[in-house]
Design a protein around this ligand. Sequence first.
Ligand code: IVH
Length: 685
Amino acid sequence: MTDPNFNEIKQEALLLQEQLAEHNYNYHVLDDPVISDGEYDRMMKRLIEIEKQFPELSTPDSPTKRVGATPLTSFDTADHSTPMQSLDNAFNDQEIIDFHNRVAKLLETDEIRYTVEPKLDGLAVELRYEQGILTLALTRGDGTTGEVITDNSRTINSVPLKLTPPADGTIPGFLEVRGEVIINSRDFETLNKKRLEMDEPLFANPRNAAAGSLRQLDSRVTAQRPLEIFVYGTGLARGLEADSHSGLLDTLKTLGFRINPEIRTGLTLTEVLDRFKELEGIRENLPYEIDGMVIKVDDIAHQTTLGVKAKSPRWAIAYKFPAMEETTVINDIKVQVGRTGTLTPVAILEPVSIGGVMVARASLHNMDEIERKDIRIKDTVLVKRAGDVIPKVVKPVTAKRTGDEKVFIMPDRCPVCDSPVRRLENEAAVKCINASCQAQLKQRIKHFVSKAGFDMDGLGAKLVDQLVDREILHSFADLFTLDKTTLAAMDRMGDKSAANVVRAIENSKRVPLKRFLFALGMDHTGESAALLLCERFLTLKALETATIGEINDIDGMGPKTAASVVMFFENQENLAMIEDMVKNGVVIEEHQALVNNQAEGEGEGKQESVFSGKTVVLTGSLVTMTRSEAKKRLQELGAKVTGSVSAKTDILVAGESAGSKLTKAQSLGVAVMDEEELTEQLNKG
Ligand code: IVH
């Protein structure tokens, strides 16, 4: 018995299918949603309900198919209609020039235009559409035969389940579209974070995460993974005419496919080489990983003349970036002691060149990290470098283990001062708690003299190390008694540089309260906390007698900072040290309360922000906002937001699972802010 309302319900289902497909396209292909997630979910729920009641309405192209289907027991395989070839690789400009010359010779013309595309580091797939409906999806496999991953591909929101008819209404009767399935870097980090919480093995990189997610027998699992696709070509296509590769991409775009926005077309050889440099430069800021650039002869007639070789076409080539991952051996694991006494294990590597930079050390962060990754001394490990960021040990290559590897044990005494170390409850860090430990003293002094502190130009890390080792510096106060003769006697110091350092010390003696507080290096008290303290207490005297409650009450301040500041000023030795500094000529300037622009009629009453004029770097994943939103807000508040940490960086905003940028920032004494602090500061701005 058919439902008397069947026709009406069928119309509703068709409308919902159409609307959901359009919203999905707006969101995932155009990146421009027009309805709220809630509304989308309600429509989807209703459609699922209808299709459950009338399974005949549940067509293969229904948006409900995006949630996954019944698990398989194994993957079927199927042949590609035409082989999915690979690309020849080039690693320098000359090899591209050679490619161009080969092409020019075969085409008997120099007038060649290229389309260049980022070489996405994911997994190649082929999607088959028959009469406009997605009917088959295959992995590349060996190029001839691939695995059938149709159910899984339907869960990828940027894969159209149905082609969008172009203006003239004709869709290709048979179309195979090829592209790369990826997971963007941010989603990759979030995915791994979740896996860590669930005690599941972590993916080594976004490519593995994409491959692992796509090759799931249970497509409902794939549906939960943030897979995306960019398409870059076709296989067999009937009813689709294009005379250029760029024209083909335009057509694919009209049919509803996602095309990478970094593709450039109509380029000459010189422009191709320029674009490569450009891509290398923006690579770090792209939301996904790329491993090079693909260069394609744009004219399809040219492509046909050039033809293909056994494994690759003659009309295209991949220009690869230097590899950023290499394997090497951990010769030893040494322990470094930081400013606050934290013991950091560092892998001493067999030096290896990664992307043209020799890498010999990599921080292993803490014992939890070593245990989680099961990194052992003498292990062969995969080491990764991104941009100018500190290298990171990704994982051990366990297949290379010989049995000679040794498990690393964190020492129970400080390797510098030999006092017992302590592991604080609920913290991954092990600390040396001897406040006069030389290693800590060195790091504290480096922080004290850094740009955001006393800004003693010329007093570099090597000089500080020597002054502490030779027992010339025992405290901050000693810095202000350094003279030219003492300094000139240090290694690699001449009279002139000694005089410069003395001048820098002299000039630093008048110090604003904010910089003074930062320089002290109290736990949990970076630049922004120092500013908040200044704004509330104005003078050092007032702050010295502040209570935990008073500090904690400051908007934007947390209990950890409050406790640490109060503890610091309760300590008589610290007060004596400040007194010594003052005796040695330090003048701590009272905080200048900010002028209220509004009172002066400057309109919006825009507050001075801790970010104005500052160079800020964002790292790790933020939970409450996207990185680009954070960037935008920071820029509005006058910050310069850059991609990599250097001595010029003023603030590092470290979201969850921040890695090497955080380590680098800490080693440079750059102020670090977490997401909570960031939001509070942004809200004030
Ligand atoms: S074109 C015959 N374009 O690189 C042309 N490939 O070794 C074949 N890839 O398997 C591919 N981005 O997985 C092409 N924009 C792009 C690409 C791209 C990534 C991958 C693809 C392919 C491999 C080539």
